[in-house]
Design a binder for this molecule. Structure first.
Ligand code: AMP
Length: 633
């Protein structure tokens, strides 16, 4: 899409693909400098500057693909260069000086710099964030923002340094991601992408830095690329306006998405609650009076400039259907794919999303975090269960801590002096092995534990591909049992097989270890939905009790053994079914506590008493396991 054509497009959500947005800005001089240097020259001479330039040298998918092939063919070499650059640049920081005494030798780094977690470096970040000390405590790039990691999956929020250069690196990986998408899905540039984005007001730390989430940072730093209503800080007005514009332009939309799958389900729920009002707005050409935000009003009025009764009729026809199965495809018939991360803890949403998407591919395109962006999915159309991410070797320096038994939640709690001896670098990971990811960034994190467990599934050229397995630190435990997030997810999926034939799917779930009862027991909160409608479904006591037993039966031997003891160490597992919309209320609660909606992930294990009260107050049925699990199976 060229620049002039873009100008003529009506204001909408994010139009076209980001790499095209960058390309529309390519000055002619850069194109020629690219020709002089050649892509390869660019890649191997100046990695740092290359980030910046490469964004602008993606004239088309073919060029992007060549870059991708080049960097993935030289992962080991590029990683060495990245580490060298990070050390050369940051050797004089207070942090590294403490270990390396001003040297930037890579061997010394591997020998002397410890593996740390957030708590270990929090003191440095607090000095910058709270006391206003300079960035050079940690990095010689200038820290411009702090990113709030959602933290809800591990229960704590972290503040991660971000720099302008880091913004360029992230834009670069997004270009590569979009190169791959364009390779698999033709014709994306002939339509518009409906990417739902929500933001919160900025917070300023006492030290004067802006505190935002990673997605807010991307949007606010590139405001000119987004329609203005994206900047509206009122969630309801913003979402309403985004959906309304998406409906008015329904025939132009070729992809629909948001960051995480849970967010998309939330948006569909919002749409269910508001479609009649939106349709009425479209019929009359007037936006509802409660939309008062000037950005929203202005942006919507550009699109909703006349009465459109035919469009309203066609929307009514689709939305009035008894079942909303395939609603995304029906409302936006040209949609080629749905963008939403559905790996890791999001995998539980696959059935629900498949219900609403009507067979469209759901694409998990990127694995990233507030700390850094890591990898892209080279096969975007693969089954959501088979997604692996190919690490992009110039984003950061990656190391990996092998995990022999990732089922053991203590597997990564090691803090022993020999931890360093086990670490391998990107080029040396082994297929089939689980690892915890450590990252060293340009922005002041050194051998920092991401607390994510990954499994090596293969290689693209010389670059490893990883499946996201789980977070390290989410467990349910009553006694000496340790149930990981993944164990629980598997068990819940097995138990749901009882209810699926009856037309139920699990919209969301969470859990906590209830130790107020003796013995303590696992409590699972389930929000169920019946396919044909969204009324609170009738629950069959016997089948629900069977679900409780099946969850228990699917947990590990230790759990079953503790349940089987003559004086049980763990009581019967309980499922509390909550009424429709409960997990939205839970999300609102966490958002009110500072979590970003864009990055929200339902905590699978709830520690907050307030959150448990919210769930408990919406329980419509309680069921207990009636069978002691069989230890021999
Ligand atoms: P945040 O810093 O709030 O963006 O959260 C980052 C965390 O989200 C990562 O460390 C992962 O645990 C999780 N995450 C990010 N991308 C993915 C993905 N593609 N698949 C599974 N989990 C992801």
């Amino acid at each position: 899409m060229n620049r002039d054509r873009r100008k003529q497009l009506p204001v909408s959500l994010i139009i076209g693909q980001p790499w095209q947005l960058h390309c529309s800005l390519v000055p002619a001089s850069l194109s020629s400098s690219r020709q002089k240097l050649g892509l390869k020259g660019f890649i191997f001479c100046k990695i740092l500057r290359w980030y910046h330039s490469a964004i602008k040298i993606f004239p088309d998918t073919e060029a992007g693909s060549r870059i991708l092939e080049d960097i993935t063919s030289n992962a080991g070499h590029i990683q060495e260069q990245v580490l060298e650059e990070i050390l050369t640049k940051n050797a004089s920081t207070d942090y590294l000086k403490g270990f390396l005494n001003g040297h930037s030798d890579k061997g010394l780094f591997k020998n002397k710099v410890p593996v740390v977690d957030y708590e270990d470096i929090k003191i440095y970040i607090d000095r910058i964030a709270l006391d206003g000390e300079p960035s050079r405590i940690l990095t010689n790039e200038s820290i411009t923002e702090l990113l709030k990691s959602s933290g809800t999956s591990g229960g704590k929020q972290k503040w991660i340094p971000k720099t302008a250069e880091e913004g360029e690196r992230r834009a670069f990986i997004c270009c590569l991601r979009d190169t791959v998408l364009n390779r698999y899905l033709q014709g994306l540039s002939d339509g518009k992408a409906l990417l739902f984005v929500l933001i919160n007001p900025d917070i300023h730390t006492p030290g004067g830095l802006v505190l935002r989430t990673a997605s807010e940072s991307e949007i606010k730093n590139r405001k000119d690329r987004y329609p203005q209503f994206i900047l509206c800080e009122d969630t309801n007005q913003s979402l309403y306006s985004q959906l309304l514009c998406g409906l008015v332009q329904r025939d132009a939309i070729v992809s629909v998405g948001t960051f995480f799958a849970s967010g998309l389900l939330r948006i569909i729920k919002f749409f269910e609650e508001h479609w009649q009002e939106m349709s009425s707005n479209i019929r009359t050409g007037q936006i509802s009076a409660w939309i008062t935000d000037p950005n929203c009003k202005r942006a919507v009025s550009l699109i909703l400039s006349k009465q459109m009764p035919d469009l309203a009729d066609s929307i009514d026809l689709v939305c009035q259907e008894k079942s909303w199965e395939g609603i995304i495809k029906k409302i936006w018939p040209r949609t080629k794919y749905v963008l939403a991360t559905i790996t890791g803890s999001m995998a539980q949403y696959i059935p629900a999303l498949e219900f609403y998407t009507g067979g469209l591919p759901v694409v998990s395109s990127l694995y990233g975090s507030s700390e850094a962006f890591f990898g892209i999915n080279m096969k975007p159309l693969c089954s959501p269960y088979d997604v692996s991410y190919t690490f992009i070797p110039n984003m950061a320096y990656y190391e990996f801590l092998p995990i022999d038994n990732h089922q053991d939640p203590n597997c990564t709690n090691r803090k022993d002096a020999h931890l360093k001896d086990h670490i391998v670098d990107l080029a040396n990971v082994k297929i089939g092995q689980h690892y915890e990811l450590l990252v060293t960034t340009f922005t002041g994190l050194y051998r920092y534990r991401m607390e994510d467990i990954l499994l090596v599934t293969g290689f693209h050229n010389s670059t490893p591909q990883f499946k996201f397995v789980q977070r390290t630190n989410v467990v349910l435990s009553i006694h000496t049992d340790k149930t990981t997030e993944q164990d629980l997810q598997k068990a819940v999926a097995i138990a749901m097989q009882i209810l699926q034939p009856l037309g139920f799917f699990l919209l969301d779930y969470s859990s906590y270890a209830d130790t107020s009862s003796i013995p303590g027991h696992y409590v699972l909160f389930w929000e169920l939905q019946l396919r044909p409608n969204d009324d609170t479904p009738e629950l069959d006591q016997v089948k629900m009790e069977k679900c409780c037993s099946l969850v228990e039966q699917s947990l590990d031997q230790k759990y079953k053994w503790l349940r089987n003891q003559s004086i049980s160490a763990i009581g019967p597992l309980e499922i509390r079914v909550v009424k429709q919309g409960t997990f939205n209320v839970l999300m609102d609660f966490y958002v009110s506590q500072g979590t970003s909606l864009n990055q929200y992930k339902t905590p699978k294990n709830i520690k907050s008493e307030k959150a448990i009260v919210i769930l408990d107050s919406r329980v419509v049925g309680k069921f207990y396991s009636r069978e002691v699990p069989n230890q021999d199976s």
